[in-house]
Design a protein around this ligand. Structure first.
Ligand code: F0G
Length: 416
């Protein structure tokens, strides 16, 4: 039987208890499994034959009633060998794990399928989250699928258009908060404590993290049960890097994989409390009061899972780095143009981070690296249009098109 455990004082809570913070010390919780439970799951050969997806690992998830699964077919995302980009960077082997290929276009779907399934198991009727965009899109979709009421709080004017359109069309109650994500999360925590019937599905909810750990399992399986040397992940509220590490650690403990990857977190320079703490050798973060970055998905100053993330980075002998908006946008363009992968700015921070870490010698050119790209490029069409060359506009005439294509001169030379 799985249970919930405080990451600080070790207090334990039942798997069906609705509790977001430890009642003793106030720290956050994680899901643990009874001795031997995951080893039993591993023995069952069924999962190895199932197609790659979050629910391939259902026996490794804390869900007891599999008839209640709320799924839109998440996980099983592309694991792209990026030979052209690797060559440009002088790197031996580079993969992009492209989470934009999930049903609502981001990695959040992995956590939401498990979180909303848990909500249904618990019999709750309404769900809520604060979000920089992707969580709200994902929760709205899974709530719709499950027939639950859904409310999402987003920072007014600071979420990308694609994400806003998703939350709206899936029928969530969309509340724009005059303030940033951290303030919206603060309010949503108070709401879910005060109104116990509303179930909170931010990544503080450990069931979300359990779904997202499948990203670690999948990378391992896509490398035929090998670990890459390093996994580079964009970091915002810090749930994802913690989840990937949990997945790898569990597979490592079970003997599925021999080695462990160095977890490497990338934050935007204007919203980088974790990267700063790691760089300065500190044990705690100093929250950023007014976070700012073009990568609105990771515009977060007080990451709720900072401790889990710092443990993941330190335990794996990884590191953290910051990247500027300019570096993020240039990496986004590069990935699109060299590998045909269009990812949103926050996602491109993993590529920007890799470029920086190769340049400064932290990443060895011999390493096998996996960059996680967390959300689809179409989430934020405005930024993509703004930073690309404007299309030319011409009349629908042969000569005008020839001129636009630079064919005019050649034609004239041939004619002569
Ligand atoms: N990349 C994208 C595209 C995201 O949307 C997020 C987080 C992250 C990276 C960072 O992941 O928070 O687990 O460290 N987006 C959240 C949201 C905060 O509300 O959609 P993290």
């Amino acid at each position: 039987m799985a249970y919930q455990k405080c990451i600080n004082c070790g207090s334990e809570y039942g798997i069906d208890e609705i509790v977001y913070f430890c009642r003793k010390c106030g720290d956050i919780l994680e899901i643990r499994y009874a001795q031997g439970e995951l080893a039993e799951a591993l023995k069952d050969p069924e999962w190895r034959n199932a197609p790659l997806s979050v629910w391939r690992y259902r026996k490794f998830m804390p869900i007891s009633d599999l008839t209640k699964l709320v799924s839109l077919n998440e996980g099983g995302t592309g694991f792209h060998l990026c030979e052209r980009l690797a060559k440009q960077l002088g790197l031996r082997e580079l993969y992009v794990k492209n989470e934009g290929e999930n049903p609502t276009g981001s990695f959040k779907d992995r956590g939401m399928t498990v979180g909303v399934t848990k909500a249904v198991e618990l019999g709750v009727q309404s769900v809520i989250c604060a979000s920089t965009g992707n969580t709200s899109a994902s929760l709205a979709a899974y709530a719709a699928k499950a027939g639950l009421q859904c409310a999402v709080l987003i920072p007014s004017g600071k979420i990308a258009y694609g994400k806003l359109s998703q939350a709206m069309i899936y029928g969530a109650k969309v509340i724009q908060v005059r303030g940033n994500f951290d303030q919206a999360l603060d309010v949503v925590l108070k709401i879910s404590e005060k109104h116990r019937s509303i179930y909170l599905l931010n990544s503080i909810n450990p069931f979300r993290i359990e779904g997202q750990k499948s990203l670690g399992y999948e990378i391992c399986d896509q490398l035929n049960q090998e670990a890459p040397d390093r996994i580079i992940v964009p970091v915002g509220n810090a749930g994802n890097i913690s989840a990937i590490w949990k997945g790898f650690s569990e597979f490592h403990e079970l003997g599925v994989v021999e080695a462990l990857p160095k977890m490497t977190g990338i934050q935007a320079a204007g919203a980088a409390p974790i990267a700063q703490a790691i760089k300065n050798g500190k044990d705690t973060i100093v929250p950023v009061a007014a976070p700012e970055t073009v990568a609105t998905a990771i515009r977060i100053g007080a990451p709720v899972s900072w401790k889990k993330a710092m443990n993941a980075i330190r335990d794996s002998h990884g590191t953290a780095e910051t990247v500027t908006d300019e570096e993020i946008l240039s990496a986004q363009k590069l990935l699109a143009r060299v590998e045909g992968l269009f990812v949103e700015p926050a996602s491109a921070s993993s590529i920007a981070g890799l470029i920086k870490l190769v340049k400064n010698g932290v990443v060895d050119r011999d390493e096998r690296v996996v960059c996680v790209t967390t959300g689809h490029g179409l989430k934020d069409p405005d930024t993509a249009v703004k930073m690309s060359e404007k299309p030319v506009e011409v009349d629908a005439e042969l000569s005008a098109i020839e001129e636009a294509l630079g064919l005019k001169k050649q034609v004239e030379i041939v004619a002569r």
